[in-house]
Design a binder for this molecule. Structure first.
Ligand code: TXA
Ligand code: MG
Length: 320
């Protein structure tokens, strides 16, 4: 039996409401995918540009086939390997998905989340739910119920505790000769290649190369309001440490204001957004992120590099 909270949240959704819910990646803003007005309210709450499509959350692969016009073999292989879990799959959309969800496009991005509360909510509301991250567009995604409440105090928020993965799902689409990763996440290229036997490539390497060489050119996203910079090694010596808060993996006594980050990839990812939010609240002149390294899958470090490069970007093009 689902909890009373889930039962009433599901009723709110069936009545056209918007409810925030936990997932294993970040919290989402849920609404009935077939309810045009409810989906518009999600865009309005987030201040999200209408040209940026939403992810559709389903309870299982069989529900995914109802929102997809076509469910290819490679999607089956991915769903069987990684669902429920942090992978979103772009496929041709079914008729029942209103164009507002897909920003007028012919494809839909589908994901089956792992968090039991998310699954219970979808099952209890008996319909697919849109679920963009529950933050104002361009801001840092929420990884706790308190993060969501700080931006949307009037919404119903299901509290599922802190998100275990902490960065958004991997987004993939199929091409003529393989799979493209549109947004890197905890499920990496190697995992995807193993599951499908297809070549998986990162859609654009540009952003990541910039992160490692000259950050600051990417579109701004997942960004705190305080100016945020990535520094490498000795560059930290040039920073005015009295005016900055530093995200560092080393508990260096010479840094007065710091947040000490985990050294393993999964731990770092899980902590990143809460650390950026805490740093933002200190109202210093800058947030400095010391370029991280450490144990764990290189693909997860790549996803982290993507998020910190966006957090430190300077131009504002909205969410990618
Ligand atoms: O982990 C996640 O995916 C979280 C949780 C709540 O599930 N949701 C999330 O949603 O991050 P959102 O809306 O913040 O990000 C959706 C991403 C955007 O980058 C969007 O452009 C992309 O997915 N996307 C959605 N539909 C697409 C489509 N049809 N084709 C290509 N990209 C799409
Ligand atoms: Mg988002």
């Amino acid at each position: 039996m689902p909890s009373q909270d889930v039962i009433s949240a599901a009723e709110e959704l069936r009545n056209g409401g918007v409810v925030a819910f936990p997932t294993e990646t970040v919290y989402g803003l849920g609404a009935d995918v077939t309810n045009h007005a409810a989906v518009l309210r999600v865009f309005a709450l987030k201040g999200r540009p209408a040209h940026n499509p939403l992810i559709v959350h389903v309870a299982d692969e069989s529900m995914a086939t109802t929102v997809a016009g076509h469910w290819p073999e490679a999607a089956k292989a991915l769903a069987r390997s990684f669902w429920p879990g942090p992978l979103s799959i772009v496929v041709e959309k079914a008729e029942l998905i209103p164009p507002v969800v897909t920003a007028g496009g012919s494809t839909v991005c589908v994901r089956c989340p792992l968090h039991p509360t998310a699954l219970a909510l979808i099952e209890e509301s008996a319909r697919p739910l849109v679920g963009p991250s529950a933050n104002p567009s361009g801001g840092v995604s929420p990884t706790t119920a308190a993060h969501v409440r700080s931006a949307f105090p009037d919404l119903t928020v299901l509290d599922g505790g802190p998100c275990q993965i902490g960065i958004e799902s991997t987004v993939v689409r199929f091409t003529d000769d393989g799979i493209e990763i549109l947004r890197p996440g905890a499920i990496c290229a190697e995992n995807i290649e193993q599951a499908t036997g297809l070549k998986a490539t990162l859609f654009s390497h540009k952003g990541l190369e910039r992160t490692l060489q000259s950050p600051g050119l990417l579109s701004k996203h997942y960004a705190p309001t305080t100016r945020t910079r990535i520094v490498f090694g000795d560059e930290l010596l040039t920073v005015d440490l009295n005016r900055a808060v530093v995200l560092t993996q080393f508990d260096d006594p010479d840094i007065p204001h710091k947040i000490v980050m985990p050294t393993d990839a999964h731990g770092y990812a899980a902590r990143l957004y809460d650390a950026l939010r805490s740093a933002d609240e200190l109202q210093v002149d800058e947030i400095i992120i010391v370029a991280p390294t450490g144990d764990g899958p290189p693909g997860v470090w790549l996803a982290i590099a993507d998020r910190i490069s966006r957090a430190s970007a300077t131009d504002e093009n909205g969410e990618p």
